[in-house]
Write a protein that binds this ligand. Structure first.
Ligand SMILES: [Zn+2]
Length: 309
């Protein structure tokens, strides 16, 4: 008897686990899978930290290839040597996302709760003033965080926070405040100086993962992060960055997005209201949401209801 009960508990928790997998809503055998906007199966996020002057060249290159970026800035570093000016932020990042990277770039886990909150809110407030837009995202400086940091930023209006823990996959993170990206630009190439074998291996890993993303048949999010200033180092990295942009740009199957726009979209998907038999899906958000149900694509209009046949 005890074994049977244990089995039922186990089966129930398995069922729960499956239902909670992000991007899939399921309470029976019918799965409602999230597709990206326009019914696309792939999405690309490019996010770069620190707001140094090399962002100018990077943004120009991204604009040439029609790519969108998320740029994490330290407002107290702006207007200092090597960094962007406060005056140029608004125009430079037009069409891209400006996001928090803390006001002064400290390791947040070494701070008290009030100082963590200050670093985030101060940065958010100044970036909002500079851009004239709401700033709702963040990347942890040095990728440094712990449970206290995550707890402290809740309630500051930050809706996602990117780490530097590469997942080497294309899944959508479940915990938006511990958002692990897919891979650092060029993997871990150039992490040690004068190690050309490591550079070669890591570049191969990076471009292989890019290729895997392009060839993927399932729903895939490729989230590449780095710093524009890294491209100024040895190894003709600007050319390699452009090679990467050539590979991923101007493709009909990819949704090019900032990170916050994707967060809003995923939230709209998660908030869909679904009838028990899965025949009716309502969307009370202001974004059209695309889903796949048994290999058919459905568009659930913003504020509308769709009947699944
Ligand atoms: Zn940084």
């Amino acid at each position: 008897m005890k074994n049977i009960i244990l089995f039922i508990v186990f089966a129930l928790s398995l069922n729960n686990l499956a239902a909670q997998t992000l991007g899939v809503l399921a309470t029976s055998s019918i799965r409602i899978e999230m597709l990206f906007p326009e019914g696309k199966s792939k999405a690309l996020i490019l996010s770069f930290d620190d707001g140094t002057t090399a962002d100018r060249r990077l943004v120009k290159l991204m604009n040439e290839y029609g790519l969108k970026g998320t740029f994490h800035l330290n407002s107290n570093k702006l207007d200092t040597k090597g960094y962007l000016t406060k005056g140029e932020v608004k125009n430079l990042f037009k069409g891209h996302e400006v996001s928090v990277h803390s006001a002064n770039h400290p390791a947040l886990s070494a701070l008290t709760k009030i100082d963590i909150i200050y670093e985030v809110v101060e940065d958010r407030k100044e970036l909002e003033r500079l851009t004239g837009n709401q700033v709702r995202g963040m990347a942890y400086p040095f990728g440094n965080y712990n449970d206290l940091v995550v707890d402290a930023i809740k309630g500051t209006g930050i809706e996602y926070a990117r780490t530097v823990k590469d997942s080497y996959n294309f899944t959508i993170p479940e915990d938006f405040l511990r958002w692990d990206p897919s891979i650092h630009q060029f993997g871990k190439a150039y992490f040690t100086t004068n190690d050309s074998l490591n550079d070669k291996n890591e570049l191969a890993i990076f471009f292989k993962l890019t290729d895997d993303f392009l060839k993927s048949n399932s729903v895939a999010l490729f989230d590449v992060w780095g710093h524009s200033w890294e491209n100024d180092g040895v190894g003709d990295r600007w050319t390699k960055m452009e090679d990467f942009f050539k590979m991923v740009s101007k493709r009909n199957d990819i949704h090019y997005t900032t990170q916050i726009d994707l967060v809003d979209y995923i939230n709209a998907f998660k908030n869909l209201k679904i009838s028990v038999d899965k025949s009716m899906i309502s969307n009370f958000s202001s974004l059209d949401v695309y889903v796949k149900v048994e290999n058919k694509t459905y568009k659930i209009l913003a504020g509308g209801q769709t009947i699944i046949k």
